[in-house]
Design a protein around this ligand. Structure first.
Ligand code: PMP
Length: 281
């Protein structure tokens, strides 16, 4: 089956899908999104992603949205595409209306979905870990809302690639470590895991919560707390978490080796634990 798109009720091959130029997502970045991954033909953490989509829309005061219809569209499109290992992308914009900053009245939201095959990372990336750089977090103050305004993330990711690295880690001017460009971040030091607490400055990752659950199950001490760049550099292990990222070890940051430079045992256990959860859900 080809990779498919859904645009306001119509289904078509991705390359044929278009949105009107006055879509507010296109004009203003006035849109929210989610990405759901499937494993062996099943959509993982479907309800959790829809709960976050719903919250993002509420936080931006979108007009009342029939989330059940979007849920059904996601399920239908996914089953039609028959792609076992897929990423279902869902984007909802505030609608199509002549360009004007103020909210349009009585304009329905625009719903766009795509289903595409996930291209798995080369096994070597998980085996050797990745290199990262740090960049200043110059994003807005509501990173908890999953909007399509990803320009700082795009620029940070490209800076990492230009530096011969895989990803960038956002750090504030004051040195507080936030998250990756499309992932959350954990460090391990002296047997204790740390990750940034839930505040408006990071996205509340679904994988982050699953990893915290696994830590509880394994009785690994884990804290949701602030930590700075020096703790990041001195950590025994560092890893990123995300829907497509899963648990991805970072072995070099800004040219400095993390721990012994190899993928650490805790990251390995947590990645295995995550795969275990995928199979059981
Ligand atoms: N932070 C950012 C900025 C992201 O884009 C993502 C990916 N959605 C995450 C964290 C991880 O979230 P999740 O585990 O829900 O994919």
């Amino acid at each position: 089956m080809p990779e498919l798109a859904y645009v306001n009720g119509s289904i078509m091959p991705i390359e044929d899908a278009v949105v009107p130029i006055e879509d507010r997502g296109y004009q203003f970045g006035d849109a929210v999104y989610e990405v759901i991954a499937s494993y062996k033909g099943k959509l993982f953490c479907f309800n959790e992603h829809f709960a976050r989509l719903d919250r993002s829309m509420k936080e931006l005061h979108f007009q009342e949205v029939q989330v059940d219809e979007i849920r059904k569209a996601a399920v239908d499109l996914f089953s039609m595409a028959k792609i076992e290992r897929a990423a279902v992308y869902i984007q909802v914009s505030r609608g199509v209306s002549p360009r004007n900053h103020s909210f349009p009245s009585n304009v329905p939201v625009q719903v766009v979905l795509t289903v595409r095959k996930i291209v798995e990372k080369k096994p070597s990336v998980r085996e050797t870990g990745i290199f990262a750089i740090t960049v200043e977090d110059f994003r807005w103050g509501r990173c908890d809302i999953k909007t399509v305004q990803l320009l700082p993330n795009v620029l940070a990711k490209q800076s990492a690639l230009d530096a011969g690295c895989y990803d960038a880690i956002f750090v504030t001017k004051e040195g507080i470590v936030r998250e990756g460009t499309s992932s959350n971040l954990f460090i391990l030091k002296g047997g204790v895991l740390k990750t940034h607490p839930i505040t408006p400055n990071i996205l509340s990752g679904i994988t982050r919560l699953l990893v915290l659950d696994i830590c509880r199950e394994k009785q690994y001490p884990a804290e949701e707390c602030f930590f700075d760049k020096s703790e990041l550099y001195e950590a025994d292990e560092v890893f990123l978490t995300g829907t497509i990222t899963e648990v991805l070890p970072v072995v070099k940051i800004d040219g400095r080796t993390v721990g012994n430079g190899k993928v650490g045992p805790v990251a390995r256990v947590l990645q295995e634990g995550l795969l275990g959860k995928l199979k059981s859900k």
